[in-house]
Design a protein. Structure first.
Length: 233
């Protein structure tokens, strides 16, 4: 007999180019690192995006992006490290400040901040430690968005603690892991899906996920999306 009470509602993942994703499930929409305006591969306009929750991994312009104007227009709350939350509040957005190792829940969505090896500032202002984010929507697989980071072996603990089944990993190199390091990171997890990100946006970054796909092999299914493309998992 089919139990109507307990089932996984499919989660729709849309890649908005670079590190920007929209997750949708059960009527809830979580927007991560919405760099839309000025993003040469963005498939949408910032003013057309609707969401309930915004997660920002760090303060660089290509991640904080349009988070504040989108939050102000939609009433969505920004979840980010304390310094970014204060900055967003100063600019009129609703924001919840957190820090690494912490978890908050809102509207059936749980958001945890985890380490990332990177930097974080905006227009000369220090915006706290850079982070990765673990996002769990109600009844769905856990998502780990690594933010911008190099490889670090403590990702092993993120795997143990949160057991994410969907990884969003930067592969572009220069500012983050490249395909080789990202494929090493995949080995630390027991993931079903990996979505490569932070590539193709600018000429300095890797332009293809081909090497990453072949290095990951059958360890996980690599979802190579085009900006604007959605997939249901
Ligand atoms: Zn960055």
């Amino acid at each position: 007999m089919h139990d109507m009470g307990v089932r996984c509602i499919a989660m729709r993942i849309t890649w908005l180019g670079h590190a920007a994703f929209l997750l949708e499930s059960g009527g809830r929409r979580v927007l991560i690192d919405p760099f839309i305006t000025g993003n040469p591969v963005s498939p949408v306009k910032a003013e057309d995006i609707e969401c309930d929750i915004i997660v920002v991994t760090h303060g660089h312009a290509d991640h904080l992006g349009d988070a504040i104007p989108i939050a102000k227009r939609t009433g969505a709350t920004i979840f980010a490290i304390y310094e970014i939350a204060v900055y967003a509040q100063e600019h009129g957005a609703k924001a919840e400040g957190m820090n690494i190792g912490g978890t908050m829940e809102a509207e059936g969505v749980s958001i945890s901040l985890v380490p990332a090896w990177h930097s974080s500032s905006y227009e000369g202002r220090y915006l706290g430690m850079p982070c990765g984010a673990v996002v769990k929507m109600k009844d769905e697989r856990t998502v780990y968005h690594a933010g911008d980071t190099g490889y670090f072996s403590d990702m092993q603990y993120i795997a143990t603690r949160y057991d994410p089944k969907i990884l969003m990993l930067p592969i572009g190199g220069v500012y983050t892991m490249d395909a080789r390091d990202a494929a090493e990171a995949v080995k630390l997890f027991n993931a079903e899906y990996v979505v490569p990100m932070h590539y193709r946006t600018f000429p300095v970054l890797a332009q293809s996920a081909q090497e990453f796909v072949s290095l990951v092999g059958d360890r996980a299914k690599v979802l190579v999306l085009n900006p604007g493309e959605s997939i249901e998992v």
